[in-house]
Design a protein around this ligand. Structure first.
Ligand code: HEC
Length: 133
């Protein structure tokens, strides 16, 4: 009896261990490396964007962009295309938006960017942007 119960709980532990391992590896696989992302930001985006709150350059400040509704920095003059964009900048949305030319993702936008095709750089960059709050 005791032996059976022991065997049952061992099996539970193994299942839990496998599940936990899977969770850890799957979350790190999609997470990206924020510090590598910071240099991607410098080379790809900083010509036009700052991550400082309230600091607009050619493009609007990207402070707190992950989780923010598109086109909503009050003192930035957006194109109509972005003003009328009814989406929130989630990690997924940024992923699809930044992986293609901006004018394709949001026709009529004034963001002149041809897209970031390297999936690792894209993951790193989005992880970095998620830390800016
Ligand atoms: C050549 C300049 C330029 C580059 C390079 C550029 N952007 Fe932009 N970005 C803009 C402009 C201009 C806008 C405003 C677009 C509009 O109003 O249509 C914008 C808008 C955005 C928005 C929407 C912000 C909001 O408030 O809704 C995001 C997000 C964004 N850019 C991310 C990026 C990222 C990340 C990079 C680097 C991978 C990048 N951009 C590179 C010029 C640029």
């Amino acid at each position: 009896m005791i032996e059976l119960a022991l065997r049952q709980s061992m099996r539970c532990l193994v299942v839990a261990g496998v599940l936990f391992g899977w969770m850890v590896t799957s979350s790190t696989a999609s997470a990206g490396d924020a510090s590598a992302g910071s240099s991607v930001f410098k080379t790809e985006c900083s010509e036009c964007h700052s991550v400082k709150e309230g600091r607009n350059k050619k493009g609007p400040s990207l402070f707190g962009v992950v989780g923010r509704a598109a086109g909503t920095i009050p003192d930035y003059s957006y194109s109509d295309a972005l003003k009328q964009a009814h989406w929130v900048w989630t990690a997924d949305k940024l992923h699809s938006y930044l992986s293609q030319p901006a004018k394709q993702a949001n026709p009529g936008t004034k963001m002149k960017y041809s897209g970031l095709t390297d999936p690792k750089q894209l993951d790193d960059l989005i992880s970095y942007l998620s830390t800016i709050h």
